[in-house]
Design a protein around this ligand. Structure first.
Ligand SMILES: *Cc1c(COP(=O)(O)O)cnc(C)c1O
Length: 234
């Protein structure tokens, strides 16, 4: 193993251990939380190295960068997640290429993904991103608009909603994000009743706040810096 591969393997193992501890503390099973390693702005060689140590899920934010990596890594048996802000005019590059799109926050975007997925003969799994704190500069649908958006998206055969995603405001103290995470779970529970269908996934928790996220029910955590180190500038 080269030095970088060893370093990545070590850091990912530490994160998995911390995730497992947080899950057990909350009476949950460690295997019920998927670690999505957020590799944006890090080279494809890092993804390959980490994949070779058994990491199966990777998150990317930028369409062009992600497509280049997908092509370069086509021989790997891993799941790519699209987690970044997505303009509907770029949805055609995303549908069918990613195991899960975490960042759907408008009817227009859902429709564009649906249209492309249908033309490919696939169903694209998606999460609805919710802006719980109502920060104006952040993407995500508002809490008030969530029920209607979810209802509309359920009518689109090319996409399947499998849960919700959120990104809390930046806090120095991870505990401060906990109410945001518990609120997402509550919204999910309400939405399941409203729609009469299961929404098994909650994508929440990053490097700074994954412990409370897992304790509040995250099924996917998106962790970049803790595994890959500080990101180079875009
Ligand atoms: C970059 C990013 C992450 C990872 O953040 P870290 O703090 O590096 O763990 C998670 N989720 C989203 C949506 C991101 O854009």
């Amino acid at each position: 193993m080269n030095d970088r591969k060893q370093e990545l393997a070590q850091r990912a193992a530490e994160v998995r251990e911390a995730l497992a501890d947080a899950a057990r503390e909350a009476g949950r099973k460690p295997e019920d939380v998927t670690l999505v390693a957020v590799s944006k702005l890090h080279p494809a060689s890092d993804i390959r190295a980490l994949a070779e140590t058994g990491q199966a899920d990777f998150g990317e934010n930028y369409v062009q960068e992600a497509l280049g990596k997908l092509e370069e890594l086509a021989d790997l048996d891993v799941n790519f997640h699209f987690i970044g802000g997505l303009q509907s005019n770029k949805a055609k590059f995303v549908a069918g290429n990613f195991a899960l799109v975490h960042s759907v926050d408008s009817r227009k975007l859902a429709q564009a993904l649906h249209k492309k997925a249908e033309s490919l003969g696939v169903v694209q799994d998606i999460l609805i991103q919710v802006n719980i704190a109502g920060e104006t500069q952040k993407s995500g649908i508002t809490v008030d608009s969530l029920p209607q958006l979810a209802n509309e998206i359920m009518g689109l055969a090319g996409v399947r909603v499998v849960g919700l995603m959120t990104m809390p405001p930046f806090f120095d103290e991870p505990e401060r994000a906990r109410p945001v995470f518990s609120r997402l779970r509550q919204l999910r529970d309400e939405l399941e009743k409203q729609l009469g269908s299961r929404l098994p996934h909650l994508s929440m928790g990053m490097t700074g706040d994954f412990v409370p996220a897992v304790q509040e029910g995250a099924t996917m955590v998106r962790i970049g810096t803790r595994i890959f180190g500080v990101r180079p500038p875009r």
